[in-house]
Every structure is written in structure tokens, then in C-alpha cells.
Design a protein around this ligand. Sequence first.
Ligand code: SAM
Length: 274
Amino acid sequence: MCGKLYLVATPIGNLEDITLRAINILKEVDLIAAEDTRTTLKLLNHLGIKKQLISNHRHNEEERENFLIEKLKDGQNIAIVSDAGTPGISDPGEIIVKKAIKENLEVIPIPGACAAITGLIASGLNTKEFSFYGFLPLNKKLRKEKLEEIGNEIKTAIIYEAPHKLKDTLEDLKDIVEERQIVLARELTKIHEEFIRGNIVDIINKSENLKGEIILFIEGKEKQNKENFLNNMSLEEHYSFYEKQGLIKKEIIKKVAKDRNVNKNEIYQYFIKK
Ligand code: SAM
């Protein structure tokens, strides 16, 4: 029987952020393929697990995949782990998963910490719809294209960034994100966890010499524009905005109340008194 390929999420800082299932899988598998064996060894020592480790980093991922596939075919169960968080998310994992699926091998995700999701839920931005951009490309042309995409992004955009590249990335974003709300999340789950909120100028001013691991969350374009647009209108203008769209009074009052997050009776009373 073939072995199973487990993708095991590990902590992104706080070592307590690992599930019981993940610990059990790491104990049970025959082999752990790690992005950096030294980093994973620290985690295994902390958990009291002794297990054979092999390296599976970005530079040897393709070469390692055949070796791992053969081991799976031989019946060995293998766990893939990255240095921190969820494998395959801006980390090795994708290639071996594709290959395993092609070979009809079983792939089992073991969920846990992911920096993007951890930061997103506390960002205060739209969590219903978001776009994950990972690290921006270094190639100038590709980077420009990606920045343009973010400029037009209507969902919350999520960008991973290294501290020494942060300044350049914020400067690049300056012209494209206008007044959109930005949240910089730093050192999540660690002692110096921090959220810095504001527009791009605020973030540039507050983020000089920042160290540690960083994620940027950028408010989606349309949502912000729509909110600003509606918030700047008087009630009468807001009413006639929908009236011009052919809506009847009852529908208009309902929509105006929803946009302004107030009870529809309040809006109704306002227009009765007028
Ligand atoms: N696979 C990981 C995950 O599930 O989030 C991401 C790995 S990627 C190589 C590393 C990047 O993730 C960092 O540069 C940073 O942008 C983000 N990151 C990882 N841990 C973080 C943390 N504790 N706080 C903030 N950002 C973090």
C-alpha cells in the first residue's frame, strides 16, 4: 500500500499554535520533509519528537519530489513542513502536491497557523473577500503589473513582505492605493505583535526601521470608494441617488438605511418630517 502525504501546518511564532492532530501526525509519519531541517529540529525538540528529517527547500524542491514520491510509493508516510505556518503558502509544498495527485497518491492537509489568515481576521478590513498576493515579484515589469492589479483590487489585498524591502514596497504603493485603509501586521503571535493602521502616508511614517515579520493588508478599492461616496452625501442627495436609478420610496429608504448602517424607520421619519 502506498504511503500518505501530509501537509502539516506549524506555528508562525508562538510554539503553542500547533494542533494535537499535527503533533500526532509528526509523531506517526516515517519521514518529515522540512524547508530548513534546523528550524524544524527546534520544533521537534520542543515537542519531544525524534524523527528522520530531510531537507525540502525551494532550491531542491523539484529534485526532492521524485525521491519523496518513490518513498510514498514504497509505503512510507511523509509529512511536509515549512519553517513556519502552512506549507504551500509562499513556501514549498505546491510541487510535491501536484506530483502526488498525478500519481494518485493520497494528500492530506493538516490545518493550523497561516500568517495571512491570522492577520486578516484582526485587520478590521473586509474578511468576506480577499486576494492573496504573497511576496511581490522582484522583476520590474512583473512587479509593476502586480502593483496595478492591487491598485484595482476590490477585495482586501494581502501582501507578504520582508522588513528590509518594506520601505520600497510602501513607496511603490503610494501612488496606487490613494486613501485606502492599510493595516500592517507585524510579528503575529509573538511578544512584539503589533498592528499599525492608517492610510499609506500614516503607514510610511509609522513604519521606519521596523523589524520582524510583516504583512500588509490593503482595503479593497470599490468598497472604500462607495463608502466615501455615500458618506459625503446629504440624506437628500443619497435619496435622489437611488431615485434616479428608478427605485421606489420603500426600496430607497431600505437601501439608504443599509448604506448608513441605521434603522430604516429613522430614515423614514426623516423624510416624513421634511
Ligand atoms: N507559509 C507561511 C504562512 O502560512 O503564512 C508563510 C511563509 S513566507 C516564506 C514568510 C512570510 O510570511 C513573512 O515574510 C511574512 O510576510 C509572513 N509571516 C510569517 N510569519 C509571520 C508572523 N508571525 N507575523 C507576521 N507575518 C508573518
